[in-house]
Design a protein around this ligand. Structure first.
Ligand code: G6P
Length: 614
């Protein structure tokens, strides 16, 4: 979703801003823009489309200045066009502002400002905020920092903003509420701002994550000052960034998504580190160990998440109920937060989020917290808002995921959730030593099995070529393969724009079977396990209606091979852990189909990597 970059220093700001915006492209956006302050003037350049379109637009007339802000916009108020793109200027042209989030009461404020003579050019809530700041500054005579603080105390909603001012060329001001913002502190009085650390990491490792309702003044002369909206001064807490620049590059792959698919054997091993002891047959997870009583006495686990993370939650439902004998509910965070749900003090709420910034998941956590539940976060991005809001948690350690379609984050989430279920099962005494040892050994073998499945890439590419022009696709699975079917369908629709649905295989006959004809590819997970024979029957039902079957089967399978149009073999895996392996061919399939259809694999249309609005 929208991206923010800002620079105040001694170097030319434009190249830094453009590079930063490109690093933020993965979040998904539809327009971009920059504003540079030079010799007492602010020059704003913005346009619909990609950052490269902005560069083309500015070719030969690159704006100069050592202070500047840049933005990638994902439209919320008004269509994606040149005028609605950020930065926005105040009416008197003194200020330029960029904004992530939504100002909910913008319409009322806009009306008041119009009554006082303000004229607006765009449809955005952001322009309203810019005018409000200007209005307060002119009306009251306070300085810009104070005007911003006062303006923000009038607005409702979510914001991360950065403002530059032609009257104050030595400073830049940033503020945030419910939308992340990071300040990088460079040498020689330089400051960087980012909606995440990716545009900053190249320049400095010293960062300050702004907290909600904080306003930060970055001043070339006096340094960094942070004040809350309530006007309390805060001491900036400087942290060291852990991400490395190399992890943000494509490393020889055509797309980040492909790189991330191939990183999975490594990222799964990274999830084990420090947690799984193969020799001792033990798992330790500090977030659970530190809250042992809560987990032992818990009556229920409520999982809240969105998108792919919700699918990981569905896999966890099988794991926790089966291994730890703990009742689990898996909720869309967006539904849960508005449903007046029953949350008890002995419930544990597990929030799963790759980005750690998803607005609905965050709101669900806050609601559950108020009702006294213990909140456990499963996040990938270290230092993200969710990871800081939860009572305890476990990082997935998958490294930065740039492709909008989540791949390695999903397998990392399922790995961590498996480790959690095993840890809790040990504590609750619901697993025998024999099964625990077997599952630990099996989990340890997963990275090699994933490596093995990645070797099916050419075969998957061949199958992709056959079905690349399909208009619909059905994905079927039973048990914990059902969420994998959902995830397979999501991957296909997200990046190749083919309509796809995931279904529990037996439910097919309650509706989707009506769609099956010779044009319909049906992707089925038919690996060995307790529902194997049932799935074989479902395959026969599809074949009887001339549907095309592409089945993921256990190596050596013969029965499905005899019926299916294509089979993709995966190594024999304990049923409990099959999702970690069976999802891989679906990831590859959607990748190849998207490439063949000429789609933008890493930045699919209309989608955002990090959904920071509800
Ligand atoms: C967006 C992304 C998905 C992701 C979902 C939840 O829709 O495109 O890939 O699964 O948000 O995001 P989270 O960061 O909370 O896991």
């Amino acid at each position: 979703m929208c991206g923010i970059v800002g620079y105040l220093g001694t170097e030319q700001a434009y190249p830094i801003l453009i590079k930063g915006l490109k690093r933020l492209e993965y979040r998904g956006y539809d327009s971009s823009g920059v504003a540079l302050l030079n010799e007492g003037e602010i020059e704003i350049s913005k346009c619909r489309g990609k950052v490269s379109d902005l560069e083309d637009h500015l070719a030969g007339k690159v704006p100069e200045g050592v202070v500047g802000i840049g933005h990638t916009r994902w439209a919320t108020h008004g269509p994606p066009n040149d005028i609605n793109a950020h930065p926005h200027a105040s009416g008197d042209g003194t200020l330029a502002l960029i904004h992530n989030g939504i100002i909910e009461n913008y319409a009322t404020i806009k009306e008041e400002l119009i009554n006082r003579g303000h004229v607006f050019k765009s449809d955005t809530d952001t322009e309203v905020l810019t005018h409000l700041i200007e209005d307060i500054r002119t009306k009251t005579g306070v300085d810009l920092f104070e005007a911003i603080r006062l303006a923000l105390s009038e607005v409702h909603g979510a914001y991360a903003i950065v403002v530059i001012d032609k009257k104050n060329p030595d400073m830049m001001i940033a503020a945030k509420k419910s939308s992340p913002l990071v300040i990088g502190i460079g040498g020689n009085g330089e400051f960087y701002v980012g909606s995440d650390a990716t545009p900053i990491v190249e320049y400095t490792k010293n960062v300050v994550y702004l907290e909600d309702e904080e306003v930060a003044l970055m001043d070339r002369k006096s340094g960094l000052k942070i004040v809350t909206i309530q006007n309390k001064e805060k001491v900036p807490y400087i942290q060291e960034l852990e991400i490395k620049l190399e992890t943000l590059e494509k490393g020889g792959y055509d797309y980040f998504m492909l790189k991330e698919i191939y990183e999975q054997p490594r990222s799964i091993i990274d999830c084990f580190r420090g947690r799984m002891n193969l020799q001792k047959g033990e798992i330790r997870m500090s977030g659970i160990d530190d809250n042992e009583e809560k987990w032992i006495n818990a009556k229920r686990v409520i999982i809240v998440a969105c998108g792919t993370s919700w699918h990981a939650g569905l896999v966890a439902e099988y794991l926790f109920e089966d291994i730890a004998r703990l009742s689990v509910e898996v909720e869309y965070a967006s539904e849960f937060r508005y449903r007046n749900p029953i949350i008890n003090k002995d419930d544990i709420v597990v929030a799963i989020s790759q980005s750690g910034e998803t607005a609905d998941t965050l709101a669900a956590i806050e609601m559950a917290k108020k009702q006294g539940a213990h909140i456990f976060g499963v996040c990938n991005v270290v230092g993200s808002t969710i990871s800081r809001t939860t009572d305890s948690g476990a990082y997935t350690h998958a490294g930065p995921e740039i492709g909008v379609a989540s791949t390695k984050a999903f397998t990392a989430q399922v790995t961590v959730l498996t480790l959690m279920a095993l840890t809790v099962a040990q504590k609750r005494g619901t697993i025998t030593d024999a099964r625990l040892h077997r599952l630990i050994a099996e989990l340890n073998s997963i990275p090699d099995k994933v490596t093995e499945v990645l070797k099916t890439n050419d075969q998957v590419e061949y199958i992709s070529d056959i079905y690349k022009n399909a208009t619909n696709a059905l994905y079927l699975g039973r048990g914990s393969s059902f969420p994998v079917a959902l995830e397979g369908a999501l991957k296909l629709k997200e990046i190749s724009y083919i309509h796809a649905e995931g279904y529990p295989a037996a439910e097919m006959k309650h509706g989707p079977i009506a769609l099956i004809d010779e044009e319909m590819p049906v992707f089925v997970i038919a690996t060995h396990g307790q529902s194997y024979e049932k799935v074989v029957s479902n395959i026969q039902e599809v074949k009887a209606r001339k549907g095309k079957i592409i089945a993921i089967v256990t190596a050596g399978d013969t029965a499905v091979k005899g019926m299916a149009d294509h089979v993709i073999e995966i190594p024999k895996t304990d049923e409990t852990l099959v999702p970690l392996v069976s999802v891989i061919p679906f990831q590859l399939l959607s990748y190849h189909i998207a490439v063949m259809r000429g789609c933008n694999v890493d930045q699919p249309r209309n989608l955002a990597k990090s959904v920071t609005v509800e």
